[in-house]
Ligand binder design. Structure first.
Ligand SMILES: [Zn+2]
Ligand SMILES: [Zn+2]
Length: 394
């Protein structure tokens, strides 16, 4: 009973710690929002975040995993080692339409407030700065390079349009394709040309046909990054990027082959030569640790924000947190900052990421994360339960 009282008091202190820092955290998140940087170019965001952590007693390692805009901030020593992950990359043309500015400020705010728990019970808190979630899956690269080897649990919160502690995220892999044809005058000698753009367009047509016959949870989508230079030359080169997503690994393998066949067929039909590359690493499915998710949900609900434990209906695309969650127990809850109907990766979501609702989401998420750290360091049985669940899922 005495211990429970102690935990409740500590939770009240981390809540008021974040309330005290509310202004500074919101300023930090708005500054990142106003200076959107693309994946692996997040120089300003990294500088601001590491500075904030350093000012608050964290030791910082920059450029970890041979990625210049990755970092690790650490405080405390010994077990458990709890990592809070920060994303901070923006989207081309849309800015912070995925709200990663909020994720970043939430992560550092939660970590600094968690110091109170670490000071009292021991353990370590890490902020791992993970660049380029959107394009290159920075966490997947960092996971391969061993950054999570000594981590016991990893948590982050992503803004969305509903409050859910455990999400469904698809496995996916990016396909880069190029067609090589033959340039000729488009009117004078069309019969002598090989049209690399037509090969690309026929690939789209074949994928559109294929899409009628795939599982409803799978996704295939792409863009053309080169479709020729000028209208009176038959394009000798075309290029595109595609993503293939599925809710299980076996089906993803099957679908990858069928998608690739669309390009091979278009190459044969047009006479253009195909080159392709499956980007590595592949993004893994999210493996939710429900013990952690329940703790987080309970803490969030105590702040007055209703939260579902899991919803199969809200598919969250894919996230490189999936790769982390395959290595260590992890959660990637989502917190509502915009009305249902607004889509992430849209201009309206970019506005929400700088709104009052965005700030409320940031503050609630930071509190719930720090309160979950309190639970984990104060009660070693919970940490054991988290690990047991993780082992049973393997
Ligand atoms: Zn996104
Ligand atoms: Zn995102």
């Amino acid at each position: 009973m005495g211990e429970n009282l102690n935990i409740e008091k500590l939770k009240a202190s981390v809540i008021s710690e974040i309330d005290t820092r509310h202004h500074r955290l919101s300023e930090l998140s708005l500054k990142i929002h106003a200076n959107p940087e693309l994946g692996f170019h997040e120089v300003k965001a990294t500088a601001w975040l590491t500075q904030y952590l350093e000012e608050n007693g964290f030791s910082i390692e920059r450029g970890i995993c041979e990625l210049p805009t990755a970092f690790r901030g650490s405080y405390g020593q010994g077990k458990p080692t709890i990592a809070i992950l920060a994303e901070y990359d923006a989207l081309p043309g849309l800015g912070h339409a995925c709200g990663h500015n909020l994720i970043a400020a939430c992560a550092v705010g939660a970590a600094v407030a968690s110091k109170l728990a670490i000071n009292q019970f021991g353990g370590s808190i890490l902020v791992i700065g993970t660049p380029s979630e959107e394009k290159y899956g920075g966490k997947a690269i960092m996971a391969d390079r061993g950054v999570f080897n000594n981590v016991d649990m990893a948590m982050m919160v992503h803004p969305e349009v509903c409050n859910t502690a455990a999400i469904q995220a698809l496995a996916c892999q990016t396909l880069e394709v190029e067609f090589f044809g033959k340039a000729v005058h488009a009117a004078a000698r069309p019969e002598a040309g090989i049209n690399a753009l037509e090969a690309m367009l026929n690939s789209f047509a074949a994928i559109n046909s294929l899409r009628q016959h795939i599982r409803s949870t799978a996704r295939i989508h792409g863009i053309i990054t080169d479709g020729g230079q000028v209208h009176n030359v038959i394009p000798a080169h075309s290029a595109g990027d595609f993503i293939v997503r599925a809710e299980d690994n076996t089906y993803l393998d099957e679908l990858k082959e069928r998608v690739l066949n669309c390009f091979i067929g278009a190459a044969t039909a047009s006479g253009a030569r195909l080159e392709y590359r499956w980007a590595k690493p592949r993004i893994a499915l999210m493996r939710n640790n429900l013990t952690l998710a329940r703790l987080f949900r309970q803490n969030m609900q105590s702040l007055g924000r209703r939260m579902q434990l899991f919803s199969r209906s809200s598919v969250f695309g894919s996230t490189d947190m999936g790769n982390v969650s395959q290595l260590v127990p992890g959660i990637h809850p989502i917190v509502a900052i915009a009305p249902v109907g607004v889509s992430i990766h849209s201009p309206r979501f970019a506005e929400a990421a700088a709104s009052e609702a965005g700030m409320r989401g940031l503050v609630d998420a930071a509190k719930a994360l720090a309160m979950t750290v309190v639970d984990l360091v104060a009660n070693s049985e919970i940490a054991v339960k988290v690990r047991q669940e993780f082992k049973q899922q393997k």
